[in-house]
Design a protein around this ligand. Structure first.
Ligand SMILES: C[S@@+](CC[C@H](N)C(=O)[O-])C[C@H]1O[C@@H](n2cnc3c(N)ncnc32)[C@H](O)[C@@H]1O
Ligand code: SF4
Length: 335
């Protein structure tokens, strides 16, 4: 069946300028039953790390937010939401590999024919067997977080992480990709005042591993113990590093996503309503919040519980700009 990958969709998104036109298209896709949204599932609200820029470094947050989906619930979520999903991302706000059955979500997405299935993870708990299973299931993309290139910065920023383990993961991926085309590997680097300099060594340290996409994303204030963004005096270095990444990426055929225009996330994002309409978030806490049962309810019940159609209609016809947390999404430029 005809399907577009995430990066082709991103290009289309950038070509159609009017957010309302895009939103109207999404609304029609919903009415006519086409695949049109991205489901982001956190099977577990836990993490093996306490990255300094992430809320998992806040012990109060950790105490408050927890929970696991059961396998039965994962299957219920898949039945309810995957048949019309254009994308399923396993992991979103926590660490999916903490759940011993996280693979169920990838298997279900595969069984329901979702065209874009990916996982976002720190990768440190993954085994060679799990990676092989992902390759067999043709997982499109494994998105791996990296907050420091060299050991010292890596272990400082990714508290409880071990750089040797990360290198082992990259080696396992290299071995895997000598046998399979999938999963493609994307590195998400959250850049801040202290780990910017490290990026100069990126290709020296990781140049021999199979990396297909790199995203450099300036740090956001999300409740971590550290959130210092790059400072004005580092701006020149940031631009130099980005220029080097552009040229290396072109030479190595790597897709490069970067935010250079709005490093502090101050500008309005005219696509925030669209993003809210497209990103459907599921975690162990959501069913109770919506008054739903993943096992006993269906897709129509979900639309009703979230008020999706009414909210999208209101966004299409309203003139007022709404401020949402999603304003900071998609702030990277296509290179
Ligand atoms: C919260 S993590 C959850 C998924 C998984 N544990 C991981 O680290 O990839 C989701 C994404 O947020 C990024 N991230 C963490 N802290 C951030 C911050 N303060 N600003 C921007 N992105 C951040 C991570 O690098 C990762 O790509
Ligand atoms: S960024 Fe990911 S790996 Fe790091 S603490 Fe947050 S959830 Fe865990």
């Amino acid at each position: 069946m005809f399907s577009l990958d995430f990066y082709q969709l991103l290009k289309i998104h950038q070509r159609i300028k009017s957010p309302k036109v895009k939103l109207f298209g999404v609304y029609l896709a919903n009415l006519f039953g086409f695949r049109h949204y991205s489901v982001r599932v956190d099977p577990a609200l836990h993490c093996n790390l306490e990255c300094r820029m992430c809320y998992f470094s806040d012990s109060e947050w950790k105490k408050k937010y927890k929970g696991l989906l059961t396998v039965e619930e994962m299957k219920g979520i898949a039945k309810m939401l995957f048949p019309k999903a254009l994308q399923v991302v396993v992991g979103c706000g926590a660490e999916p590999t903490i759940h011993k059955n996280f693979m169920t979500l990838i298997e279900e997405a595969n069984a329901y024919g979702v065209p874009n299935v990916s996982m976002v993870t720190n990768g440190l708990l993954l085994t060679a067997e799990q990676l092989e299973r992902m390759a067999q299931l043709k997982l499109k993309e494994l998105i791996i977080s990296l907050h420091g290139v060299n050991k010292e910065t890596y272990e400082k920023m990714m508290t409880k992480g071990e750089h040797e383990k990360f290198l082992e993961l990259m080696q396992m991926l290299k071995d895997l990709r000598s046998k399979y085309d999938y999963p493609k590997v994307r590195i998400n680097y959250t850049v801040n005042k202290e780990n910017l300099e490290d990026l100069k060594d990126f290709f020296k340290v990781y140049g021999s591993y199979p990396i297909d996409v790199i995203q450099i994303r300036p740090v956001m204030e999300i409740g971590g113990v550290y959130s210092e963004s790059i400072v004005e005096s580092q701006r020149e270095l940031y631009d130099e590093i980005i220029a080097e990444f552009r040229s290396q990426s072109e030479a190595k055929n790597i897709k490069f996503l970067v935010n250079t225009k709005d490093v502090e996330y101050k500008a309005d994002n005219s696509n925030s309503d669209l993003i809210s309409a497209l990103y459907w978030y599921v975690s162990p806490r959501i069913a109770a919040q919506l008054g739903l049962s993943w096992v006993n309810n269906n897709y129509k019940d979900y639309l009703k519980a979230t008020n999706w159609r009414k909210l999208v209609r209101e966004s299409i016809f309203s003139v007022k700009k709404t401020e949402k947390a999603t304003d900071r999404f998609l702030k990277y430029e296509w290179v």
